[in-house]
Design a binder for this molecule. Structure first.
Ligand code: TMP
Length: 213
């Protein structure tokens, strides 16, 4: 069996990071080898690129520069961490991947889905996630959640307008409709305990399917 590559996507405040940790814990309890990682980041070189992208003082950053930096961080993360984990038969749970670039840079920034897909294809080649869980929450609900969280550090993208985040949400809807087989959509407005159970059902079924294939 080769590894399994699952990404988690959603707008700000969708709660995916907490759910991902809980799902990883359950998989490990069942004896699976799991690697949890995130984008942009996951390894030192990409975490440095993350700092440059998200620095709230970098207001002058051009949209294409931003898209290229995300793609550069993704390339390094893929070759240095994700591919070796897949080759050693791990289950990789990745907090954001290519679909974030398509929704945020391709649609919300207006750079174009095809254009942003092209630079990401250069970065990742054929290594798309096997399955992507989308945490569906309207942008105003997600933003209210993060604004209430006083411990959360505000990054450059949090400072964007509500209209930007609305476009991110619309971007995700487009990306999902282009690839309905890969996506599993979860209603993330529900209480977190219910979201955990819904995501767990999806992940355990993916893992079983993969194991039996
Ligand atoms: P995080 O808050 O989920 O850690 O993500 C950092 C921010 O970067 C978040 O606002 C989403 C954004 N982002 C993009 O705009 N494009 C990307 O390709 C990725 C991975 C994240």
């Amino acid at each position: 069996m080769t590894g399994l590559f699952i990404s988690f996507e959603g707008p700000e405040g969708a709660g995916k990071t907490t759910v991902l940790q809980e799902v990883a814990r359950r998989l490990k309890d069942q004896g699976y080898e799991v690697m949890v990682t995130r984008e942009p980041g996951g390894i030192p070189i990409a975490e440095k690129i993350r700092e440059v992208i998200l620095d709230s003082t970098h207001q002058a950053m051009d949209g294409k520069t931003e898209a290229l930096l995300y793609a550069a961080a993704r390339r390094q993360h893929l070759v240095q961490k994700i591919l070796p984990a897949i080759e050693s038969e791990k289950i990789v749970l990745c907090d954001r991947f290519i679909d974030s670039s398509l929704a945020y840079q391709g649609v919300a920034r207006g750079l174009g889905l095809d254009e942003v897909f092209a630079i990401n294809l250069f970065a990742i080649g054929e290594h798309m996630p096997d399955c992507t869980v989308f945490f569906d929450v309207p942008p105003e609900v997600g933003l209210e959640r993060i604004w209430k969280d006083k411990d959360r550090e505000q990054n450059r993208l949090d400072l964007e307008t509500i209209e930007f985040h609305q476009r991110v949400y619309e971007g995700y809807q487009k990306v999902i409709s282009n690839d309905e087989i890969r996506f599993r959509v979860v209603d993330a407005r529900k209480p977190q305990s219910e979201v955990v159970e819904n995501v767990w059902e999806i992940i355990s079924s993916e893992v079983n399917k993969h194991r039996d294939s």
